[in-house]
Design a protein around this ligand. Structure first.
Ligand code: ASP
Length: 343
């Protein structure tokens, strides 16, 4: 007989695990020991489910790279004993945490499915129940004794997405996340329909967890009317090693002499400046217009079709590895966890 599938559920905090305090009416985290009362359907799974709760629970706005390391540690410690992992996390910064984990967990061969909800489990119309139950199903899905989705993913409102391709784009509707530049990996309707062609293949190597993350990174979002003082302050005062330069359209920026001088100064002083578009969908194409050719000519790197969340966490990860400049650039230009479409 097949061995029972085991899933570790890691509850970090966020709306999904809240119930209304009957006295005050405000939302508060509920004790996960009572999870089977909240979702009795869980008992019907033929899987072994175990729970690990963060203490204290964290609203995802308070998530920090040290929590990402904590999560990676829990996954590593339990990696051999479980077939898959479900991470319950607030939706606000889920795309950052899940993107970071995708880089930190090298040679991941088991599913790590993040989910959460817009309405708490303790609310009648909650989206959390379906998200949670299906996330467990997805984490447990196997074929030929191998997990179907050996990746870090986000599951929300019927869609399974590669984590490092997602952005939170809706603060109210149940479909809170999109994956604008990569197809969804599975749709959950009557059946779980996997798009196998777009799912990463397992490599059967041993999991390697990377904990070193360099926080000396920043985001510079340009806008019409941006001042030299503002750009100067970020480049000179913030002590950064890398900047995600959020540009217009396909990677375009002002051609003012002072702007290019400031950016060139950054590049010449060893900062990695990576061009990522402010448009959620589409890719940076440096050189398509004069306004991006100028950036390319001064050494700004292309972020291709990366989300800001993925590029920021990738930079933290790559800088944390203290690799040589050429290796760093090579990694930046290559999809190391399927996070960019670059050939
Ligand atoms: N503020 C909550 C959080 O991100 C919202 C949510 O869970 O969706 O933790």
């Amino acid at each position: 007989m097949d061995e029972q599938i085991s899933i570790l559920i890691i509850y970090t905090g966020g709306t999904i695990g809240m119930i209304k305090n009957p006295e005050t009416g405000s939302l508060q985290p509920f004790n996960f020991e009572g999870i089977y009362d909240q979702i009795p359907e869980l008992k019907r799974f033929n899987y072994k489910l175990e729970f690990h709760c963060f203490d204290p629970l964290i609203d995802s706005s308070d998530m920090h790279p040290t929590h990402w390391v904590q999560l990676a540690d829990i996954i590593e410690k339990n990696y051999a004993s479980f077939d898959g992992f479900v991470v319950l996390h607030g939706s606000d910064t889920m795309a950052y945490t899940a993107s970071a984990l995708s880089f930190m967990l090298e040679n991941l061969n088991k599913p790590v499915i993040f989910t959460g909800s817009q309405l708490p489990l303790g609310v009648l119309r909650t989206d959390g129940r379906e998200n949670f139950i299906t996330a467990i199903e997805l984490a447990a899905s196997r074929e030929d004794n191998t997990p179907i989705v050996p990746e870090v993913c986000i599951y929300f409102e019927n869609q399974l997405m590669r984590a490092n391709r997602t952005v939170k784009y809706n603060a109210e509707n149940f479909n809170a996340f999109v994956s604008p530049n990569y197809p969804v990996l599975a749709e959950a309707g009557v059946y779980l329909k996997f798009d196998r062609h777009h799912i990463l293949k397992p490599n059967f190597k041993n999991l390697k967890v990377h904990r070193a993350l360099d926080r000396r990174v920043g985001i510079l979002k340009i806008f019409p009317g941006i001042t030299r003082e503002y750009v100067h302050a970020i480049i000179h005062e913030a002590g950064l090693r890398a900047i995600v330069l959020e540009t217009f359209g396909s990677g375009n920026a002002p051609t003012d002499g002072w702007f290019l001088e400031e950016i060139k100064h950054a590049v010449d002083h060893g900062l990695a400046v990576v061009n990522v578009s402010q448009c959620p969908a589409g890719a940076v194409d440096q050189g398509k217009y004069d306004t991006s050719l100028a950036l390319k000519n001064i050494g700004v790197l292309s972020g291709f079709d990366s989300t800001t969340e993925a590029m920021l966490t990738k930079l933290m990860f790559l800088l944390g590895q203290n690799m040589e400049e050429t290796k760093f650039r090579e990694n930046l230009n290559t999809p190391i966890r399927g996070e960019i479409s670059a050939d």
